[in-house]
Design a protein around this ligand. Structure first.
Ligand code: FPP
Length: 207
């Protein structure tokens, strides 16, 4: 059955609203084939393109992918450099097509440790797609769930300290508004491509 036929058979009333993917196992996939780990990451990016296209075709509300964790900076420099290069190339190459598909991109996580080039590519992509109304596509990059919760707490603490909100008025709903995923539906399907069954600091609040 080809993809078109498969898509036409999907019962759209039973689809998840928000799918999240931990894109790992690339290194193991490549080693198992006698390839370099970098070949696994490149294959992962190709698969990501197919996944986003499917999300668009299924009209999913949100898709979040874990591209680079706060812990990933500790990997060998050559691997970090390669992942940065892939990320930059991916943004440059795909942003037009994403925009044509009405995708709205958002980045979850910190941005300040990325190179000035990548930071500007991230800003450009967000700006380009800011009025789009299709799939909300979140790329978690330099992201950690604990870090996100700490940053949200700091933002709220600042608001409390200047009297914008009394501490006792903080509810789960108000807290959520400070998270990187503010305004997006909760995750109802989490896929970890390696098959491991750990959350690894991904979307701790939203899961
Ligand atoms: C972790 O597992 C995966 C990564 C650190 C990288 C995932 C990133 C990409 C596929 C590309 C960059 C992102 C974008 C959006 C272009 P691993 O594959 O190192 O796992 P393993 O060593 O456990 O097999």
């Amino acid at each position: 059955m080809n993809e078109g036929e498969l898509l036409s058979r999907v019962d759209r009333s039973k689809l998840p609203r928000h799918v999240a993917i931990i894109m790992d196992g690339n290194g193991r996939w490549a080693s198992g084939r006698g390839l370099l780990r970098s070949a696994g990451h490149s294959a992962g990016v190709k698969t990501l393109k197919k996944i986003l296209t499917t999300a668009v075709n299924l009209e999913l509300e949100a898709l979040t992918v874990y591209a680079f964790s706060t812990e990933n900076w500790k990997r060998p420099l050559a691997e970090v450099d390669f992942l940065m290069h892939l990320f930059s190339e991916y943004l440059e190459r795909e942003k037009r097509e994403m925009h044509e598909k009405n995708v709205r991109i958002r980045f979850l996580g910190r941005t300040e440790d990325f190179s000035p080039l990548i930071q500007s590519q991230m800003r450009d992509a967000v700006e380009l797609m800011k009025n789009n109304t299709g799939v909300k596509f979140n790329i978690a990059a330099d992201y950690g769930g604990q870090d996100e919760i700490i940053r949200a707490t700091q933002k709220l603490a600042r608001k409390v300290s200047i009297g914008e909100i009394p501490a006792e008025n903080i509810t789960a709903e108000i807290f959520e508004r400070e998270l990187d995923t503010a305004g997006q539906p909760p995750v109802d399907l989490l896929i970890r491509t390696s098959g491991d069954m750990r959350l690894s600091n991904f979307l701790l609040w939203q899961g």
